[in-house]
Design a protein around this ligand. Structure first.
Ligand code: FAD
Length: 453
């Protein structure tokens, strides 16, 4: 398949197993690696000591869409068993946990006590290590910034310095490099995260349909002062008209109903690619718009259906068929908003859009990390089933628009951006290089930097 290269495995290290590891988009496919599975943090130094230069990468729940969590032909440290909650201060809401603890674990333990995540992405199946390494953002970016802004302290295993404590007073530059640092600065052993007080598991939610990008922006500006969470779904077949549904909400006090987490169906296998043709997706988008546009009354909804609608279908990434899919997420400065129209127009004309189009206005918080993606502007995220060269060409044409507008692409969602596009997105990336642990590397990092020196 174009865009992929076969990678030979290096020699197998002791106590690691060879496996084909896929990220959430199931593209690229060729990423075999040797996987270490430490059960205790104190096993990590030995893995670091015996590894060759540039051979390792930590790995969480693999919810990154592309190759930033992959290390083709080399080694991964699977951090999922490093998942202990180490301490909690009931009065301040500060939790200390190992990096393999998932956001889902945090919610299950602390929401019943009245505490919630300060920032959450669109899935709860993300580890604390992954949330820090991509400095993830959520629907409250306009008032809470990104996840990294709520990380008070981390302990970081480095192959050359042992366990380094990083906070505002000690190793503060290393903390800023590790937030959004794509797992390249070392292995996060544990982190102190500030949780936020909430009234309960309910959200007061409102839905507002819109029919142009201007009305999306008006809604967003007006809602950002009154609502903690805002995000929009956009119909990517509507072209420049940018019709969509705006979702906004605040945590609610008790609503009188008993809360029960719903478990939805599980997709058992990859669906045949023809099922996701342009007519089916267009029909889905039209129906989705009409059904939601009709629901205008505010409602009290469970937090999980508000934050994590996709988590209700287990393995939904198999919907896109055996070849997998790519997500395209960029941020465009608000002064160049017409670039969003151009992107939507190109996608509508290509006939390759999908049912997942998300728009969000980021706030003005300064980036928490050196390589953080979130910055002031409008972010748009769209899924595309992988259809070979045709899909990659469409994405290159989107890149041209993003680059000309002064925008940037999100590494957590990427599996194909060029070194030039990375340079345009993160012009100061060379300042991050001195913080990289010499034993760390990733498929993504080699792809976007190796030709650039
Ligand atoms: C349905 C869905 C919705 C999403 N919505 C959003 C969203 O709204 N906003 C957003 O920002 N992102 C979103 N994402 C992306 C996701 O939040 C990020 O890719 C996240 O980093 C995945 O975490 P993970 O635990 O799966 O880690 P992985 O994907 O396995 O790894 C991610 C990075 O973390 C590093 N890492 C993992 N553990 C450690 C450790 N112990 N020490 C150091 N580095 C480590 C890895 O090396 C890698 O660079 C979404 C993903 C999905 C599937």
């Amino acid at each position: 398949m174009s865009g992929q290269t076969a990678t030979a495995l290096r020699k197998r290290p002791a106590a690691a197993t060879a496996a084909q590891v896929l990220s959430w988009g199931r593209y690229p496919k060729t990423a075999h690696a040797y996987v270490h599975k430490p059960a205790w943090n104190d096993q990590v130094p030995e893995i670091l000591k015996t590894a060759a230069i540039g051979s390792l990468l930590p790995h969480g729940l693999g919810r990154s869409y592309g190759d930033s969590c992959l290390n083709a032909g080399r080694e991964l440290i699977d951090c999922r068993r490093l998942n202990r909650i180490l301490g909690f201060d009931e009065s301040s809401g500060m939790v200390r946990c190992e990096a393999g603890v998932s956001l889902s674990d945090i919610i299950d333990v602390f929401l019943p006590k009245g505490w919630f995540l300060p920032v959450t992405p669109g899935t709860r199946f993300v580890t604390i290590g992954g949330a820090i390494a991509n400095d993830v953002h959520g629907k409250n970016h306009h008032c809470a910034g990104s996840f990294g802004a709520h990380v008070h302290q981390i302990a970081l295993y480095r192959s050359n310095d042992g366990l380094a404590l990083c906070n505002e007073r000690q190793n503060s530059a290393m903390l800023r490099a590790t937030i959004g640092g794509l797992g390249l600065t070392g292995v996060i052993a544990w982190a102190d995260i500030q949780l936020k007080r909430v009234a309960g598991p309910w959200i007061n939610a409102e839905i507002v349909p819109f029919e142009s990008l201007e009305s999306f922006l008006d809604l967003s500006r007006e809602s950002n002062d009154r609502f903690e969470y805002t995000v929009a779904w956009v119909d990517c077949f509507a072209g420049k008209n940018a019709r969509g549904i705006f979702f906004r909400g605040n945590h609610a006090a008790e609503c009188g109903k008993a809360f029960q987490r719903k478990h939805g169906p599980e997709l058992p296998f990859a669906l045949p690619a023809w099922m996701l043709n342009r007519y089916a997706v267009k029909a889905f988008n039209t129906a989705y718009y009409r059904i939601h546009a009709a629901k205008k009354d505010p409602a009290v909804v469970p937090y999980d259906s508000f934050f994590y609608p996709l988590d209700s279908v287990g393995g939904w990434n198999l919907l896109y068929g055996k070849q997998g899919f790519l997500q395209y997420q960029c941020v465009i400065p608000e002064t160049n908003i017409e670039a969003i129209e151009q992107l939507l127009d190109l996608i509508a004309r290509s006939g390759m859009g999908s049912f997942l189009g998300v728009l969000k206005q980021f706030g003005s918080a300064p980036p928490a990390g050196m390589l953080s993606f979130s910055r002031p502007g409008i972010t748009i995220a769209l899924d595309f089933a992988m259809r070979g060269e045709r899909t990659l060409k469409l994405m290159q044409s989107l890149d041209d628009v993003v680059r000309q507008s002064g925008g940037a692409l999100y590494p957590a969602k990427d599996s194909r951006m060029s070194p030039a596009m990375f340079e345009a997105s993160f012009p100061r990336w060379r300042e991050f290089v001195p913080y990289i642990d010499p034993k760390m590397s990733s498929s993504f990092w080699r792809r976007v930097t190796e030709s650039q020196g």
